[in-house]
Design a protein around this ligand. Structure first.
Ligand code: FAD
Ligand code: DLZ
Ligand code: SF4
Length: 508
């Protein structure tokens, strides 16, 4: 044969650069379910099942389109266990040493392909809006890499929500209209759910057998697993939830796992949806008068702004990014991230839904589990591995800048100019978690004090040298300094006691 065309689990897109210009008669598409990819972190079973099912259905579709596909299932006795192992095996089988690949989204796998003793051509992944070169050109010479400026360039480049070269409605960003606290009732029934078909059922059986002990519930499984289903899920969101997406973007409810979120990141990141079709659909809803500008602008910003920006940072910062630890945090991740009991209702609920759905929305990830880990001084690499494991949409290129950068400030402030820390107040304002919590959010110290309140000040105190001169944090330091010394000491000592009990595995 001519060449092997590698298609990875998160590359199930028809218009993949590796497939472009390939010869259906001469070339062979290689796809493989392998232990290495399924095991570099203990992925949530739903994430593995989603990818395997999407891979199998994509392979079937390619075959229908006349491609030759060499597909290795996890159970295949000949399975070598790794992507490069499978390439070597197929190279031998088909008598070729030429491989065409689309750049993987993790350095780990890029290096594996580069080190593989075959002739591997790695093509850019142009399913993204900004190439690495374009992002680097934008970043070059800037003191601060602010997402907002990058986003404006992407608006100009795509023409999305632009009118005669100006932003629609006269403003680039409508966030001041967003971020309302949690509503009393949500009139969106959640993302579209799909009944497992035969392919999915087979994969569920396989994943249950191999990964049943990983953290996370495999059943019920309702994700879309092909392009047609993912598009229906997108349409469902645009029609029923997008109009209120902006208003409640930052709200959290204990008994509503999705609010008005799209729940499409796993589809987009795997390649079942393209950013362009998503953004076009959102823009069309605004033009038709079906969704307000604050919602549509906010939604489009997440995709052509944040998502592309995060990818730019990951590739620009290089392979050592996930080991950064600028704040020197070293505690281990407590067991309640893996489902052990905790009295903190917000954390318990966010982890519980993560376990059930392999999904939590942005503010749960940032202001509950992320905020707690940062306040408690958890080793950011452990935090990173947790996020990479438990969410169905997690690949390093997007997970690491969100966790190491935005959430844990472990990159020293490349992604965010200030750490995302808050006391219990923020959670109380934006959610209903505090009602019925073992702790009292109004209690600042002493019996029943909310741990976020204690740990917040301990964090500020611990990192005074670094943050006191940050103008956006000066006011909090002034508040801290106004407290009586005995009160400050008591807060710090209670925070310490809490952390020590947590480290010993006590119920906290
Ligand atoms: P919506 O809230 O409906 O937003 C729409 C889309 O915008 C998402 O589907 C996503 O593609 C994009 N988006 C929104 N925010 C971001 C962002 N910060 N970075 C990149 N894309 C964004 N997103 C991932 O795709 N994979 C991850 O592994 C991941 N890890 C995260 C870890 C932390 C600590 C935090 C704070 C955020 C993380 N995010 C990650 C970003 C965000 O939380 C998810 O994209 C979002 O929750 C997905 O749900 P949704 O489709 O309902 O999103
Ligand atoms: C995440 C994942 C998993 C669980 N399994 C596979 C697999 O068996 N085969 C495969 O090709 N890809 C898998 N993936 C996705 C890869 O890990 C992903 O392509 C890289 O991490 C780069 O983003
Ligand atoms: Fe979380 Fe504190 Fe509220 Fe309990 S009181 S839910 S720990 S913020």
């Amino acid at each position: 044969v001519g060449r092997l065309i590698l298609v990875l689990g998160d590359q199930v897109s028809e218009d993949l650069s590796a497939l472009r210009g390939a010869d259906r008669d001469d070339d062979v598409v290689v796809m493989a379910e392998v232990a290495d990819e399924a095991g570099y972190v203990p992925h949530h079973p739903k994430k593995i099942a989603f990818l395997f099912a999407a891979m199998r259905k994509f392979a079937a579709r390619l075959r229908d389109d006349g491609w030759r596909v060499a597909y290795t299932t996890l159970d295949d006795p000949a399975n070598s266990g790794s992507i490069t192992g499978e390439l070597l095996r197929r190279a031998d089988e088909f008598g070729t040493s030429h491989v065409v690949a689309t750049e993987p989204g993790e350095w780990r796998l890029i290096h594996a392909l580069q080190d593989c003793p075959l002739d591997v051509e790695i093509r850019p992944d142009d399913r993204f809006l900004a190439s690495h070169a374009e992002f680097d050109r934008w970043a070059e010479g800037r003191k601060e890499l602010r997402m907002e400026w990058f986003y404006r360039d992407m608006r100009r480049k795509t023409g999305l929500l632009m009118e005669n070269g100006e932003p629609a409605g006269g403003k680039w960003n409508y966030d001041h209209e967003n971020r309302k606290p949690a509503p009393d009732a949500v009139d969106f029934g959640g993302p579209m759910q799909f009944t497992p078909d035969e392919t999915v059922a087979e994969v569920l059986e396989l994943v249950g057998r191999h990964f049943g002990n990983n953290f996370g519930d495999l059943h019920p499984f309702w994700f879309a697993t092909d392009q047609g289903q993912a598009r229906r899920a997108l349409t469902h969101f645009i029609k029923h939830a997008l109009p209120k997406f902006g208003d409640y973007q930052d709200a959290m409810l204990a008994d509503d796992r999705f609010l008005y979120h799209a729940v499409i990141s796993m589809y987009l990141n795997a390649g079942l949806l393209h950013w362009r079709e998503i953004c076009d659909a959102a823009e069309a809803a605004w033009k038709a008068g079906d969704a307000p500008l604050n919602a549509v602008e906010g939604f489009i910003r997440q995709i052509i702004g944040w998502r592309e920006y995060m990818r730019g940072i990951y590739f620009r910062e290089g392979p050592d990014y996930t080991s950064r630890n600028e704040l020197g945090h070293g505690r281990s991740l407590p067991g309640f991230y893996w489902g052990d009991a905790t009295n903190m209702r917000c954390v318990s609920k966010a982890v519980e839904q993560t376990q059930a759905e392999a999904y939590a929305h942005h503010i749960q990830r940032l202001m509950v589990t992320g905020n707690f880990a940062l306040l408690a001084g958890i080793n950011p690499h452990e935090v990173h591995e947790w996020y990479l494991s438990v969410y169905a949409d997690a690949y390093e290129w997007v997970e690491a800048p969100n966790v190491i950068g935005m959430s844990q400030f472990a990159d020293g402030g490349i992604v965010g100019s200030k750490p995302y820390v808050s006391s219990g107040n923020y959670i109380a304002k934006m959610s209903d978690y505090c009602d019925g919590c073992h702790y009292s959010v109004k209690t600042k110290l002493g019996e029943g004090a909310c741990p976020f309140n204690l740990l917040y000040w301990a964090f500020m105190d611990r990192h005074r040298e670094r943050f006191a001169s940050n103008p956006r944090m000066a006011q909090m330091y002034a508040t801290w300094d106004r407290m009586k010394p005995e009160r400050r000491e008591q807060i710090l000592s209670e925070a310490e006691t809490f952390l020590n009990r947590m480290a010993q595995g006590a119920l906290v």
